[in-house]
Design a protein around this ligand. Structure first.
Ligand SMILES: Nc1ncnc2c1ncn2[C@@H]1O[C@H](COP(=O)(O)OP(=O)(O)OP(=O)(O)O)[C@@H](O)[C@H]1O
Ligand SMILES: O=C(O)C1=C[C@@H](O)[C@@H](O)[C@H](O)C1
Ligand SMILES: [Mg+2]
Length: 189
């Protein structure tokens, strides 16, 4: 297994949960958004405004391809990483993918004072989150091996649950059906 991958909408907890999971597994934590910002030398938000979303998605696809071939790590991905079919394929085939699911209302509560998420700098961010959820939830489920409900549990409890899933099936790919197994989307393996 190379990467334990976290996917989900902005605010789902990919960075927060990912850091703690990596500490527990003694693996490096890698955030694809951070890698992109380091390479750009500016924020994703600034790059979005200057170059537009397609240019950002190209860069993101190249970075995800590279990171999923690299050494084992916990990999937190950008909220829109699943939009590209190549990313969905690479993440699912090369990693163990956890979808951190949260309702748009929970995400809104977590992010309402945050000005760093470019897609949420709109007049009605809750509406935007609902649209993003409707469009992306099927793609996250298609990509994930496990769906983790993040609404109520603390970050520590979520990490415990994910560690338990990894212990149940320590191989690279989830098998069979266990409690929070993702419903079957296309399984390319
Ligand atoms: N399970 C949780 N319960 C309550 N708050 C949480 C939970 N997970 C994350 N948070 C809080 O929500 C906010 C967003 O979390 P985080 O930055 O980890 O999300 P993200 O998925 O990495 O978002 P992005 O895709 O924008 O990078 C943070 O303030 C974090 O502390
Ligand atoms: O949801 C999205 O499309 C994005 C989420 C962030 O993590 C960044 O990757 C970027 O701001 C785009
Ligand atoms: Mg993050």
């Amino acid at each position: 297994m190379s990467a334990i991958v976290l996917i989900g909408l902005p605010g789902a907890g990919k960075t927060t949960v990912g850091r703690q999971l990596a500490r527990r597994l003694q693996l490096p934590f890698v955030d694809s958004d951070q890698v992109i910002e380091d390479r750009l030398g500016c924020t994703i938000r600034a790059f979005f405004e200057r170059e537009g979303e397609p240019a950002f998605r190209d860069l993101e696809e190249a970075v995800i391809d590279e990171l999923t071939r690299g050494p084992a790590c916990v990999l937190s991905t950008g909220g829109g990483a699943v939009l590209r079919p190549a990313n969905r394929r690479h993440l699912r085939e090369r990693g163990r993918v956890f979808y951190l699911r949260a309702a748009p209302e929970d995400l809104f509560r977590r992010l309402r004072h945050d000005r760093t998420r470019p897609l949420l700098q709109v007049a009605d961010p809750l509406r935007r989150l609902r649209e993003l959820y409707a469009a992306r939830d099927p793609l996250y489920r298609e990509t994930a091996h496990h769906v983790v409900e993040t609404g109520r549990p603390s970050v520590t409890l979520l990490v415990h649950r994910m560690l338990a899933q990894l212990e149940l099936d320590p191989s690279g790919v989830a098998q069979g059906s266990s409690g929070d197994e993702a419903p079957s989307g296309p399984r390319e393996k």
